[in-house]
Design a protein around this ligand. Structure first.
Ligand code: ADP
Ligand code: MG
Length: 333
């Protein structure tokens, strides 16, 4: 169990930002529409996420903190195999093993709230009554306090916070319907109000909050589909592109991905419109049938494997090329 704990924690918890990602994903799984994220000292001191989701019932609190799937793991080889298939179900237990974690929750159907935490060598779960509105708070303090080797790898508060900021931006761009507030060291640093109506003006307002107003104002919107693929999003016009394209977001079936194939296709589309050292800026959304794509290649990375790589690549390339060509024409006319 000790071995599995440590390895699993290493898989899930690279740094505070990976904790934030796991917790936010849990909240979204629970249909939360409102998230309040409190970070202290870049997350090293505290990460607290409150949501208004469905909550965790009293008799499931202990289970949520225990490694419910660990029994499947016999040895390291096994773990490797399971991980590569997208083995999950252990984020809270892993995080709890390398921090001081407290889980407080109240489902709407349950009159009172309860809190749970694990303690001691065997990570015995304790449960007590608590006070909490409908939803869940996960409060994590002192990340890696018991694993000094890992703690040493943490960078400055500013750097760690910027990683957290990135994670939240990606969520803000993929879940328009969720209201997100971020406080750092007690000060409100981000607020992404929910977008109630999927209209360009509303979407662009949120896009501006995440990607900056100059990109959001002038970005070219596009949408294209084939019989089984759909792509839409915003791209910087070539004349807008900077030397550093820090805004490069791609989402596959609603999940943020860092994908070489997508990036390559876009870069290639820009080739004849852009001088070599400039980098295209974009936020794009690709949808394709679930059986055409493997996500979760690695739980902590954002990789994706397309079954029909050529088709996906060319679809993006052609779509973006067309868009840029049309834009170029309109500039000339
Ligand atoms: P996984 O999400 O892979 O199931 P986790 O360790 O992240 O594993 O979470 C364990 C369980 O705790 C979840 O399956 C879910 O039932 C419950 N849970 C965790 N966070 C929340 C939350 N914010 N709201 C409701 N339930 C939650
Ligand atoms: Mg989870």
């Amino acid at each position: 169990v000790e071995l599995a704990n440590q390895i699993a924690a290493g898989e899930v918890v690279e740094r505070p930002a990976s904790i934030v990602k796991e917790l936010v994903e849990n909240a979204l799984d629970a249909n939360a529409t409102q998230l309040t994220i409190d970070i202290d000292a870049g997350g090293a001191k505290r990460i607290r996420i409150r949501d208004n989701g469905s909550g965790i019932a009293h008799d499931e609190l202990a289970l949520a903190l225990s490694r419910h799937a660990t029994s499947k793991i016999a040895d390291i080889d096994d773990l490797e195999a399971i991980t590569s298939l997208g083995f999950r179900g252990e984020a809270l237990a892993s995080i709890s093993s390398v921090s001081r974690l407290r889980l407080v929750s109240k489902p709407a159907t349950q009159p009172e709230a309860w809190q749970a935490w694990a303690e001691g060598k065997d990570m015995q779960v304790r449960i007590e009554p608590a006070s909490h509105p409908d939803g869940t708070t996960v409060d994590i303090q002192d990340v890696f306090y018991n694993t000094p080797a890992r703690r040493k790898f943490l960078r400055t508060d500013k750097t760690e916070f910027s990683h957290i900021d990135e994670v939240i931006k990606r969520i803000a761009l993929s879940r328009w319907d969720v209201d997100i507030t971020v406080n750092h060291n007690g000060k409100r640093v981000r607020h992404y109000p929910a977008v109630r109506e999927q209209q360009q003006a509303h979407l662009r307002r949120r896009l501006a909050k995440v990607c900056g107003s100059s990109f959001a104002q002038d970005a070219l919107y596009f949408q294209q589909q084939t019989h089984d693929m759909q792509i839409e999003g915003w791209l910087a016009a070539p004349e807008q592109c900077r030397y550093q394209g820090d805004v490069q977001y791609s989402f596959v079936n609603g999940r943020m991905m860092k994908d070489k194939l997508i990036n390559h296709a876009i870069r290639q589309a820009y080739e004849s419109f852009l001088t070599a050292e400039r980098v295209p800026t974009f936020a794009i959304y690709l949808k394709l049938p679930a059986d055409q794509v493997d996500v979760n290649v690695h739980p902590a990375k954002h990789e994706v494997r397309f079954h029909q790589q050529r088709q996906v690549h060319d679809f993006i390339l052609q779509t973006v090329k067309q868009l840029l060509f049309a834009h170029n024409q309109s500039q000339i006319d």
